[in-house]
Ligand binder design. Structure first.
Ligand code: MF3
Ligand code: CO
Length: 272
């Protein structure tokens, strides 16, 4: 069942998502060779608590971190650990923050120092595909239109789309209906309408789309151990308008925009 939000609830979603974005901006300041992923996790946890939020992943079905940590071949749900980031790694930090009963969800894949150009291009395309998905999120169209736009954009460029993991509705719960896959057919799935809040999160691989879950029961990596990238924004549809509730501005203010994307409008009017 899809829970539609009132405009007042969307304002609460905005606050939770802003805290999520600001937290990733703090994490960004620490990304460099030599830092442990546990340090990143501690920075996030303390910043959230200092700002009146709660780390929603911590303890969720037993998950042991505030951040999901995604180094190189890790697709999603990696644990923070004593692992030290090295020059040439990429690291995704996926974060869900709860504030006053509402959830904010965002993910950003960072480059650690100089990263191989092939891997940077994977990250760039994945980030671009998130915005392609957001462009395809139009009131009156369907979830499958978002999914198909992301899939087409990435596969045309030679990358593969992870199918087992999806974006999702979000609100008082981290995961609500509808599922928002990153592959699929246009004109299928739920109709996009006022009050919907969804998280769009392409997970894109350099090699094959196949994944395996490690023996810890959580860590999801590519089967061929080639790199995977992941970016995520949370959106709300209000008055026929799509509003992006998370932003990468705090990250880009902290470390610059390595992907040299054009300036992105985080709020756009619908096509009417
Ligand atoms: N942040 C993930 C998502 O985008 C979910 C985290 S799973 C958890 O949906 F168990 F770690 F919380
Ligand atoms: Co999510």
């Amino acid at each position: 069942m899809i829970y539609l939000k009132t405009p007042a609830e969307v304002e609460q979603m905005r606050a939770a998502n802003d805290l999520c974005s600001r937290t990733l901006g703090e994490v960004a300041k620490w990304i460099q060779p030599g830092v442990t992923t546990r340090k990143l996790d501690t920075i996030a946890r303390e910043f959230i608590r200092d700002n009146g939020g709660k780390p929603a992943c911590l303890g969720y079905q037993g998950f042991p971190g505030t951040l999901c940590i995604e180094v190189n071949e890790t697709v999603v749900h990696g644990f923070p650990s004593s692992r030290v980031l090295e020059e040439g790694d990429i690291v995704g930090t996926d974060l869900v923050v709860e504030k006053d009963g509402f959830m904010g969800d965002s993910c950003y894949t960072f480059a650690v120092g100089q990263v191989d150009e092939k891997v940077m291009n994977l990250c760039r395309t994945t980030l671009e595909s998130l915005y392609v998905g957001i462009e395809a999120c139009v009131p009156g169209k369907r979830i499958g239109d978002i999914a198909n736009a992301i899939q087409t954009y990435c596969e045309k460029r030679g990358y593969s789309v992870v199918r087992e993991m999806c974006g999702h509705g979000i609100g008082r719960h981290m995961h609500e209906d509808p599922e928002v896959p990153n592959y699929g057919r246009r004109g299928t799935g739920a109709v996009i309408r006022n009050g919907m809040c969804i998280a769009i999160e392409p997970m894109i691989n350099l090699g094959s789309r196949n994944i395996v879950i490690e023996r810890d029961g959580w860590t999801c990596r590519t089967k061929d151990r080639k790199p995977s990238a992941h970016y995520e924004h949370t959106l709300a549809i209000v008055d026929g308008e799509v509003q992006v509730l998370t932003t990468f501005d705090y990250i880009h203010q902290a470390i610059g925009n390595r992907f040299e994307l054009p300036a992105i409008t985080e709020t756009k009017p619908s096509e009417e």
